[in-house]
Structure formats: C-alpha cells, structure tokens
Design a protein around this ligand. Structure first.
Ligand code: CMX
Length: 134
C-alpha cells in the first residue's frame, strides 16, 4: 500500500529564516515554495534522494502548524508516505479501525492529494498519505 517516504514535514516559524540552513549548510536543493491555502501553511520543498523535506510555516494563527509550534516549538510535525491510490488506502485503514483526520482526500502541495491519520491512532506520529499527481 505504501511505496516510499514521500516527505517529512517540519514545522518552522519562518521559511525565510530556516531555508538557508537546509539549502546552504546541508546543501539540499530547494525545489520551490508554495502556499497551501486549504492547510493554512506556506511550504518549501527540499530534495533528499527520492524523498523530500517539507518545511511548514503557518499563514494564520489558527493553522494546525501554528497550534503545533505554540505547544511544542519548531520541529518534526508529520511523516508522509506515498500511496498509489489515496482513496483505496483510506478505505483499507478505516476497515482496519484507524481514525482518519481526513476520510476524504484534500489538496496538498504540488498537486498532491493527501489524507491525514490522527496521531492518536498512529502511535503519536501525525501520519499523512500522499498520492502524487504523476
Ligand atoms: N504530531 C503528533 N501529535 C500531535 C500533532 C502532531 N503534529 N498535532 C497535534 N497532536 C496531538 C496533540 O499533542 C494532542 O495530544 P494530547 O491530547 O495528548 O495533548 C492531540 O493531538 C490534539 O491536539 P490539539 O493541539 O488539541 O489539536 P487538534 O485536535 O485541534 O488537531 C490534528 C490535531 C492532528 C487533528 C490537526 O493538527 C490536524 O488536522 N492535522 C492535519 C492537518 C495538518 O497538520 N496540516 C498542516 C500540514 C499540511 C501539509 O503538509 O500540506
């Protein structure tokens, strides 16, 4: 069902202050920034092998990422696994008794279709299913 780690999401207060470390010190390639209005975040994607690091900056005080930073500070926010068919993956997980945040896929960055599993149902790790557009 899962094919690879698509990305690891990291909550940050400021993309502008954080990107230089990843780009200039860790020498990752920044493949672009984008606002995901539906999720109330601005994201920057950095390539690492076949996976990505997704830096997440909240765009509103009621963004889930703003709430996370207020409670925990900046840091790892979620892990996202690639799936070929997000609806089928949701159906399988629901049948297994998982608690979904998104029972229906939402729009993610770069044209992806995503769905979150609630961290209470996945050992305390906010887990995302991610179907790429290609
Ligand atoms: N990782 C692990 N646990 C988390 C978490 C996270 N990222 N965010 C919240 N939690 C935990 C909290 O610590 C809390 O646990 P306790 O009850 O033990 O204290 C519990 O979940 C409830 O947290 P809350 O702060 O009250 O927040 P909400 O219930 O309002 O929302 C969640 C939690 C996961 C449902 C919400 O953050 C959500 O819907 N997340 C999915 C969407 C999202 O995060 N979007 C941003 C990224 C978008 C993208 O990648 O494109």
């Amino acid at each position: 069902m899962l094919t690879k780690i698509n990305h690891i999401g990291i909550a940050v207060s400021s993309l502008d202050e954080t990107i230089p470390f990843y780009r200039d010190n860790l020498r990752m390639v920044c493949t672009g920034t984008e606002e995901v209005v539906e999720q109330k975040v601005r994201v920057a994607m950095l390539q690492i092998g076949e996976s990505l690091i997704e830096l997440l900056e909240p765009t509103s005080p009621d963004s889930p990422v703003a709430k996370f930073i207020e409670k925990n500070g900046a840091g790892i926010h979620h892990i996202a696994y690639e799936v070929a068919d997000v609806e089928a993956a949701i159906a399988t997980l629901v049948a297994d008794g998982a608690r979904m945040v998104d029972a229906v896929p939402r729009n993610g960055a770069h044209g992806t279709r995503i769905a979150f599993i609630h961290p209470k149902s996945s050992g305390g790790v906010l887990t995302e299913l991610c179907q790429s557009w290609h």
